[in-house]
Design a protein around this ligand. Structure first.
Ligand SMILES: *Cc1c(COP(=O)(O)O)cnc(C)c1O
Length: 385
């Protein structure tokens, strides 16, 4: 029996009370909690606007739409991410391609990106959008990516689904990208059950995002054609979706945000404890850097093949046998059958594939006790020691 999951939500009585209060209020959706949650998220990440939606996948989709991604366009992202980071491009009919990772940070490699952009400029195949992913909560090198974006004219949609509250150069993630995405799935840093947000400093993009999340329908006099029709009147001014978040979810999110410093400190403390106690084993731990403070969404370790010939499969199975919910983040997206059918295959992104061969995610969540963590460490030591 798995009694230590790789991750789990942290729910308090205050969270429960916050949701129950909404159930007793006049608005279950499109009420005041949404706006309050959006303001809190925008403030926390130092962005002008935050548009809450039903999940981060929807946020990625409307971010691409707001940036006019279409069938003749290209979107590039990291192969070491959840499939949603790439699928958003395909929802818009665009061609998706990948940028190989940096073996240390496991984020897209800025050097590989620069080379690929130079080649794409020669071929006339530059991307319209690049989606860098803050893998495990470790921020991408946004200054370098911004510089490339300004040189080559692409937009940046930062997939910060793992990185709520992460810091880059002493500022929260959300600076530098055109649109930044957060996820509030239960395993992420804070949860709304299902939920996501698209953040931006651009007023025009924010207004497009708001339209697209709610059917493309508006009552805003500045956006409708026929004025003075009457108080009931609205117009559909573009084709949108129903990607709204409910007030139940926003209330849960608001309540969770109050505990963010605590949740984050617990993740930081447990990550440090892993760093120290795993130091003698033949494996690589997640990156640390002075100018980047990870949100520690995941703790993926990597077997060092120079020091151990234990396979990832053997390590994973041994952890599971010890009741530990090991996981793997991620199967490279380009190796998924649905992407292989588009022409991708083994060998396309060697650093990503090499990482995947040796990676195992071990449990990390705020309620993980030291005793439970010690069991994980003992299990790893037994197999790798
Ligand atoms: C979880 C996740 C998503 C999707 O988030 P949902 O809210 O579940 O739609 C997208 N990108 C990354 C990197 C994720 O980890």
């Amino acid at each position: 029996m798995i009694d230590i999951p790789y991750s789990t939500q942290s729910i308090t009585e205050a969270d429960i009370a916050a949701v129950v209060d909404v159930l007793r209020s006049p608005y279950l959706t499109q009420g005041p909690k949404i706006e309050a949650f959006e303001r809190a998220i925008a403030e926390l990440h130092d962005t002008a606007h935050a548009v809450a939606v039903c999940n981060a996948t929807a946020a990625l989709h409307i971010a691409c739409m707001a940036l006019d991604l279409g069938p003749n366009d290209r979107l590039w992202t990291s192969p070491i991410s959840f499939v949603a980071s790439a699928n958003c491009g395909r929802y818009c009919g665009a061609k998706v391609d990948f940028v190989d990772i940096d073996p240390v940070t496991r984020n897209i490699s800025v050097e590989v990106l620069a080379d690929k952009l130079a080649a794409a400029e020669r071929d006339g195949t530059l991307p319209k959008i690049v989606v860098p992913v803050d893998f495990g909560g470790f921020p991408v090198d946004m200054a370098a990516i911004r510089e490339l974006a300004d040189t080559y004219g692409f937009a940046i949609v930062e997939d910060a689904s793992h990185a709520v509250g992460a810091q880059y150069r002493d500022r929260p993630v959300g600076q530098g990208a055109d649109i930044t995405i957060l996820s509030f799935h239960p395993v992420k840093i804070v949860t709304t059950g299902e939920g996501g947000v698209a953040m931006t400093d651009d007023e025009g993009l924010a207004s497009r995002l708001r339209l697209l999340r709610s059917h493309g329908v508006t009552r805003d006099p500045a956006q409708i054609e026929r004025q003075d029709e009457g108080g009931w009147y609205y117009e559909q001014v573009t084709l949108g979706y129903n990607y709204r978040m409910t007030d139940l979810q926003a209330a849960l999110g608001l309540s969770q945000l109050e505990r963010l410093p605590e949740l984050w400190a617990a993740r930081e403390r447990l990550s440090r404890r892993y760093d120290e106690k795993l130091a003698g084993l033949p494996l690589f731990t997640p990156p640390r850097a002075g100018d980047k403070q990870s949100a520690h969404h995941l703790y993926p370790i990597e077997i060092d093949p120079a020091r151990s010939n234990v396979s990832r499969r053997a390590l994973f199975d041994a952890l599971r046998e010890d009741g530990i919910g090991a996981n793997v983040h991620y199967i490279p997206i380009h190796l998924q059958p649905d992407y292989r059918r588009l022409g991708f295959g083994s060998g396309d992104f060697p650093a990503a594939e090499e990482y995947y061969r040796r990676a195992v995610t071990i449990p990390l969540y705020p309620a993980l006790t030291d005793a439970q963590q010690d069991r994980v460490i003992e299990s790893l030591s037994r197999t790798l020691g």
